[in-house]
Design a protein around this ligand. Structure first.
Ligand SMILES: NC(=O)c1ccc[n+]([C@@H]2O[C@H](COP(=O)([O-])OP(=O)(O)OC[C@H]3O[C@@H](n4cnc5c(N)ncnc54)[C@H](OP(=O)(O)O)[C@@H]3O)[C@@H](O)[C@H]2O)c1
Length: 329
């Protein structure tokens, strides 16, 4: 395993983070405790020390599973969770208000069976709460010892810039990392967010690094998709599957074949080469973790990178939300 600092922070994280949105019962493609146990055990064996969950995943079930499976190694792992999406239907059951953050951190800690998170992340931008209120609440979470670092997930670059400089103005804890949507099929982050993060020394930990499995080559242009994830993950079919997305996948499969590795591995190796500290892999099988870790030794030349990137066509925004957005519960 390789380890890297999380941006300017001293903490070291494995260069593959295990995402755990796949743990729980919310949708048919997810796995429950017994399968999750095997995946986490193998991840730990292979040196993965970085795990990402969220209070909203399967209504808290993902956090419960992660808490159970990591409690014996709690001192050796870096646990990240998130807040923003609804946890109920009442007016204060979502968002980044001081009210919601201070309530949700304690609920997350209880489900995760720990007294602190290593990384607490905002899951989206909250247009209804001043960023000052959010940052001061997060600062309080850190100062009270309930989180070691804070991070943010998908938002527009202007919002992240505003948050970073507002934290400086307030003397509050600054975001250490950005969990953004970035993969070979979705590269809109290269316009503004990635240059901002590089300039500010903010680590990037990308979500859906395999475009929800689309980049692995398991979906073919002229064949009806029929995996459990395709049938039950509402976002997969809507986000990819354009003819130009298949151009990217087919090129990725071609480059992987030439190198004698799996398409999942070239897709991850590309992210690592682009300066992503730790792609957040989604796994529903032990082999997914094994293949991801092997991707650390896949070497891509500048010609490989050029060929992998060549077919990309701009995408509509996937990740940041607009003011009219109504979060689903
Ligand atoms: N911040 C956010 O808003 C946000 C949003 C989404 C996700 N996330 C985080 O990112 C993590 C990953 O998201 P994701 O599940 O969409 O990521 P992903 O890594 O792009 O996709 C994971 C899927 O790819 C397939 N896969 C993985 N490794 C494979 C391999 N070696 N060979 C073949 N297929 C493979 C599996 O599909 P099958 O199950 O069909 O086999 C798996 O479910 C989540 O767990 C979560 O922690 C964050």
């Amino acid at each position: 395993m390789e380890y890297a600092n999380l941006g300017r922070a001293g903490v070291k994280v494995s260069r593959i983070c295990l995402g755990t949105m796949s743990f729980g019962t919310n949708e048919g493609w997810m796995v429950e405790m017994e399968d999750a146990r095997k995946i986490v055990a193998r991840a730990l064996d292979l040196g993965i020390n970085f795990f990402d969950t969220a209070n909203a995943y399967s209504h808290g079930r993902s956090e419960e599973i992660v808490g159970t499976l990591l409690k014996d190694v709690r001192e050796d792992v870096v646990i990240a969770s998130k807040v923003f999406f609804p946890t109920g239907e009442r007016p204060n059951d979502f968002g980044l208000s001081r009210y919601h953050i201070l309530r949700e951190i304690d609920r997350s800690l209880k489900r995760l069976k720990t007294d602190h998170l290593d990384l607490y992340q905002t899951h989206r931008w909250d247009y209804t709460t001043p960023i000052e209120e959010t940052l001061q609440a997060l600062d309080e979470v850190v100062r009270s010892g309930r989180a070691r670092y804070i991070g943010a997930s998908s938002m527009y670059a202007w919002q992240f810039a505003k948050a970073l400089f507002t934290a400086d103005r307030l003397g509050a804890t600054r975001f250490t990392c950005m969990q953004n949507h970035y993969n070979l099929c979705y590269r809109e982050e290269e316009r503004e967010m990635i240059p901002l993060c590089k300039d500010q020394g903010v680590a990037m930990i990308s979500w859906s690094p395999l475009a929800r499995g689309f980049l692995t080559g398991k979906y073919l242009r002229r064949k009806k998709a029929d995996t459990m994830r395709y049938r039950t993950d509402h976002y997969l079919a809507n986000r990819f599957f354009r003819p130009e997305d298949f151009d990217v996948v087919e090129r990725n499969v071609e480059v992987a074949k030439e190198k004698g590795v799996k398409p999942a591995q070239t897709a991850l190796a590309w992210l690592l080469k682009k300066g992503i500290t730790a792609p957040i892999l989604g796994a529903t099988k032990v082999e997914h973790v094994e293949e991801a870790v092997e991707a650390l030794s896949v070497k891509l030349s500048s010609d490989d990178i050029r060929r992998l990137e060549e077919p990309y066509k701009p995408h509509g925004t996937i990740g940041p939300v607009d003011p009219s957005y109504v979060p689903p519960y």
